[in-house]
Write a protein that binds this ligand. Structure first.
Ligand code: TXA
Ligand code: MG
Length: 327
């Protein structure tokens, strides 16, 4: 069993494993990542194989600080301002790749841009320091499945495919980073995530263009390749905005008002707190799958602030899981 307590010795070993080209799963504040040396083509290829991820879907490069990000990406001054505000933390910036960036081409799926972020988690930052290389890391789940917010979720999906899983406990935020494309004007929000769009807009002083629903029929260039695909899907069917669940159906509730039900029920936040709901969402989907329900009903959840990211993931879960899909 590769699940390991992140002692100083374990983190040093994990850093050596990354440098040697192995895959190490590690906690971040959003979800667990499946990390490899971003400069090593074979190590990066192993990420795509382990996840069953399509090669056209590029990876986020995790770095220790802003200076390391600037060595890879051409960050405009206002993007540096955002980085100062939100890093370490769940903001991913997609920027033009520096010509001299030493990154395996598969990381960026052949695009001229690169996605970078500094994760807001002490174990992740210690691992980056120990590895001493930029670490490419998608969420540590099989492609198309629900993202992992606990070490045991990673083990369930990938145990036999990783050298080590650093156990950092339950992810603090529970939803992926917000992805913002600053490579050209106007900047576009590519993925709703743990930093609400409103918080970024407040720093920028204007509203963002949302490309979060861009798809093949919304213009020629795919905005964020991973977002074209349905994913984050449990095995069970997911039904949204349900006021009264069917007999035996699993129920995801939110807030003090829980509709009558006779199947298993998980309340994401009895007090109606969106941050608490975000942190619990993925584990709830996995738990109801484990309970064996064929269908999961979800009560209406507000769609503003963090609710936008929750709603995005739930709609994708409800859309089902095509074979060989996204992140
Ligand atoms: O919170 C997170 O971001 C987690 C943790 C592990 O850091 N990672 C994560 O990675 O969610 P992944 O691979 O599941 O999602 C990365 C997203 C995908 O939608 C991908 O298409 C997009 O970022 N992306 C990466 N590089 C890009 C680029 N150069 N241009 C546009 N989109 C990009
Ligand atoms: Mg993912």
């Amino acid at each position: 069993m590769p699940v390991t307590t992140p002692t100083a010795a374990a983190i040093a070993e994990a850093g050596s494993l990354i440098r040697a080209g192995a895959l190490v799963a590690f906690p971040t504040e959003t979800v667990y990542g499946l990390g490899a040396d971003a400069t090593n083509p074979n190590a990066v290829a192993a990420i795509f194989t382990a996840k069953g991820r399509p090669s056209f879907n590029p990876l986020i490069v995790h770095v220790a600080d802003l200076a390391a990000a600037e060595a890879l990406a051409e960050l405009p001054p206002l993007a540096i301002e955002l980085a100062r505000q939100f890093w370490p933390g769940p903001l991913t910036l997609v920027a033009n790749r520096r010509a001299d960036a030493r990154i395996a081409p598969a990381v960026t799926a052949g695009l001229g841009t690169i996605a970078v972020r500094v994760p807001g988690n002490d174990v992740a930052l210690a691992l980056l320091a120990a590895a001493g290389v930029p670490v490419a890391a998608p969420s540590a789940n099989r492609s198309g499945h629900v993202s992992p917010t606990r070490a045991e979720h990673v083990a369930a999906d990938l145990a036999d495919r990783v050298a080590m899983i650093l156990d950092g406990g339950a992810s603090e935020r529970g939803l992926e980073s917000t992805v913002l494309d600053v490579s050209e004007e106007p900047w576009r929000l590519l993925r709703h995530g743990s930093i609400p769009a409103e918080a970024i807009e407040q720093v920028l002083g204007h509203q963002l263009v949302h490309a979060t629903h861009a798809g093949p029929d919304h213009g020629s260039a795919p905005a964020s390749p991973g977002q074209l695909l349905n994913h984050y899907a449990p095995r069970a069917r997911v039904r949204l905005d349900i006021a009264s669940p069917e007999t035996g159906e699993g129920l995801i509730a939110f807030g003090p008002q829980v509709p009558p039900h006779d199947g298993p029920c998980i309340n994401l936040s009895p007090s109606g707190d969106l941050a608490e709901a975000a942190a619990r969402l993925y584990a709830a989907l996995r738990e109801l799958d484990a309970a064996g329900v064929a269908s999961i009903a979800v009560v209406p959840i507000p769609k503003t602030g963090l609710g936008a990211a929750i709603s995005d993931r739930l709609s994708r879960a409800a859309a089902g899981r095509p074979p060989g899909s996204g992140g």
